[in-house]
Design a protein around this ligand. Structure first.
Ligand code: SAM
Ligand code: DTB
Ligand code: SF4
Length: 317
């Protein structure tokens, strides 16, 4: 039996698999019911991403263009100067993004690099935007410094479930990821954590990822659901062919199990039709990346997104 009350239920993989197995229309209906209880169904939060430190990463994440281990088109770059970051943040704000997310291709930040990121957080915050960073694994004390600088969200994805994790990443573990999430939570920073769908994982792996996110001591405030963007040169370059409805079902499962979280329709939108994106919003996605680029790959241009918002009567928050 699927529980009727969604609030702080400890989900099991069987229950989430049962959600996935519902007739599509029933699943969407259930997701809509939950969504409308906690959110304005026509409001979408928009974050703009900037890669402040690109490429040359020591980690071996099989999907990533930025790993130094794979021969991809992404060139290694140094940490961006503050003035360039601020210029990009101002443009994002003018275009209508409420949050600015800065990403770095690190296993984790060194203390002197962190000091420069703290400066970026302070200055972006001073522009009146919400701030988010994704810097990899944190060492003790680093989350507190980020909190002091005014950081609103830390993004650190579980990416896939514990069982499949070792097939995708070998240089760090699922437990390492959980440890950083604990540090972020303890420092009082909002948690942004989700995963990637379409890496060759099974439906059971997908359900288990959702369970692991939903059953964290506190569900993440923000849950990015990324569709794999296959990157030439990486081990997952040839992965593709996920049924788009399976992706929509994953959004619905995230919405139902994490009723008060912002569920973000993340990487992969450029390859999706407007109709599939609309189904994702119907299934409870209420956040997205806005701006022509993600970190190293493309995102729909703002004109296409603005037109989509207009066609669907969506408003940005
Ligand atoms: N290095 C840090 C880390 O791994 O946490 C931060 C940057 S990393 C690029 C942020 C996230 O981007 C990953 O956790 C993954 O979910 C997502 N990502 C990276 N490459 C992707 C791809 N090709 N397709 C979809 N999502 C991807
Ligand atoms: C997240 O979950 N997705 C974003 C953000 N958090 C950092 C990154 C997506 C990256 C897609 C591949 C690329 O552009 O390199
Ligand atoms: Fe490095 Fe993050 Fe890419 Fe993994 S996902 S290779 S940690 S940048």
């Amino acid at each position: 039996m699927i529980p009727v009350s969604e609030e702080r239920h400890q989900w099991t993989v069987e229950e989430v698999l049962a959600l996935y197995e519902m007739p599509f229309m029933d699943l969407i209906w259930r997701a809509q019911e939950v969504h409308r209880k906690y959110f304005d169904p026509n409001a979408i939060q928009r974050s703009t991403l900037l890669s402040v430190k690109t490429g040359g990463c020591s980690e071996d994440c099989s999907y990533c263009s930025q790993s130094a281990r794979y021969d991809t088109d992404t060139e290694r770059e140094r940490l961006m100067p503050l003035d360039e970051v601020l210029a990009a943040a101002r443009v994002a704000k003018d275009k209508g993004a409420s949050r600015f997310c800065m990403g770095a291709a690190w296993r984790g930040p060194k203390d002197n690099d962190l000091d420069r990121v703290l400066e970026m957080v302070r200055e972006v915050k001073a522009l009146g935007m919400q701030t988010c960073v994704t810097l990899g694994m944190l060492k003790s004390g680093q989350a507190e410094k980020l909190k002091e600088a005014g950081l609103d969200y830390y993004n650190h994805n579980l990416d896939t479930d514990r069982e499949f994790y070792g097939q995708v990443i070998k240089t760090h573990t699922h437990d390492d990821r959980l440890d950083t999430l604990d540090q972020v939570r303890d420092a009082g920073i909002n948690v942004c954590s989700g995963g990637i769908i379409g890496m060759g994982e099974s439906r059971k792996n997908r359900a288990a990822l959702i369970v692991q996110l939903a059953n964290l001591p506190k569900a993440p405030e923000s849950v990015p659901i990324n569709h794999l963007v296959p990157i030439p040169g990486t081990p997952l370059a040839e992965n593709g062919g996920l049924d788009p409805f399976e992706f929509v079902r994953t959004i619905a499962a995230a919405r139902i199990t994490m009723p008060t979280s912002w569920v973000r329709l993340s990487a992969g939108r450029q390859e999706m039709t407007d109709e599939i994106q609309a189904l994702c919003f119907l299934a409870g996605a209420n956040s997205m990346f806005y701006g022509d680029r993600l970190l190293t790959t493309g995102n729909p241009d703002v004109e296409r997104d603005d037109r989509l918002f207009e066609r669907l009567g969506l408003k940005a928050v």
